[in-house]
Design a protein around this ligand. Structure first.
Ligand code: NAP
Length: 256
């Protein structure tokens, strides 16, 4: 993205272990790479093993440490087994980024039960499953950062996205409540609401819709995945130690 800044936040997460869902591409991959660059060991989660291996290889070739865990984030037993495997591989769990997500956009009258259930499962149930499993580890550690990927579609309505908006608004309510539950154990829980970010998910809209979208963004450009990764780095850092239950919107002014 030509207009995006090249200076990035510098954070030291050495000695920490991070888990990122949806690390096979897009925003999750950018987050995994940024956490690895910041010194964290990174557990990369998604379904596409080959793409996960590519993410892990980029982290290790930059001098970091990464592991790959193939998992459907909506599968309860699979998520618990994955968190157990991550803790076994890295010895601890300090940062969880619940980023995996899908869209199945269509107007309400023609939305099928499957369109609804699949989006709620991949986007919202997954956040519950990973947070529940990770919280047990972090409560014992008495430290941890959980960062949930919501969306501007969870803040304001967007025609064709009733399933997606419901899942992303649900993430915000979940984040606020779990933040209150875990605060005493020094585990923070926050959400990020990206606007339109240049990834496969946004590109699926097609060039004509993307041009229309840009007109609705005060900064008149899509965001970069790295600009979301920067917000994650900040929330994972010591600088964010007193921030919990909050929603950080990164949208070029769209919802201003
Ligand atoms: P993307 O490029 O489509 O990537 C989605 C990621 O989620 C992939 O790594 C995919 O991996 C993973 N995933 C999806 N379903 C999964 C499942 N059942 N189990 C495991 N992994 C699964 O999307 P993105 O644009 O990077 O979006 C990342 C997050 O940001 C999503 O939560 C999205 O809703 C949110 N967001 C994006 C935008 C945007 O404009 N791009 C805006 C607001 C919010 P596999 O296919 O390998 O499983």
């Amino acid at each position: 993205m030509a207009d995006a800044p090249s200076r990035r936040i510098v954070v030291d997460l050495s000695g920490q272990a991070a888990l990122v869902t949806g690390a096979s591409r897009g925003i999750g991959k950018a987050i995994a790479l940024a956490l690895g660059k910041a010194g964290a060991e990174v557990a990369c989660i998604a379904r596409n093993e080959q793409k996960l291996n590519e993410t892990a290889a980029e982290i290790t070739s930059a001098g970091g440490k990464a592991s790959v865990h193939v998992c459907d984030v909506a599968d309860s037993a699979g998520v618990q087994a994955t968190v157990d495997a991550v803790v076994a591989a890295h010895g601890r769990l300090d940062v969880v980024v619940n980023n995996a997500g899908i869209t199945k956009d269509t107007l309400l009258p023609v939305m099928t039960d499957e369109d609804w259930d699949q989006v709620i499962a991949a986007n919202l149930r997954s956040v519950f499953l990973f947070t529940r499993a990770a919280a047990k580890v972090m409560m014992r550690q008495r430290s941890g950062r959980i960062i949930n990927m919501s969306s501007v579609s969870g803040l304001v309505g967007n025609p064709g996205q009733s399933n997606y908006s419901a899942s992303k608004a649900g993430i915000i309510g979940f984040t606020q409540t779990v933040a209150r539950e875990l605060a005493k154990r020094k585990v923070t829980v926050n959400a990020i609401c990206p606007g339109f970010i240049a990834t496969d998910m946004a590109e699926a809209l097609g060039p004509a819709i993307i041009d229309e979208v840009k007109k609705r963004i005060p900064m008149q450009r899509l965001g970069d995945a790295e600009e979301i990764a920067d917000a994650v780095l900040f929330l994972a850092s010591d600088s964010a130690s007193y921030i919990t239950g909050q929603v950080v919107t990164v949208d070029g002014g769209m919802t201003a």
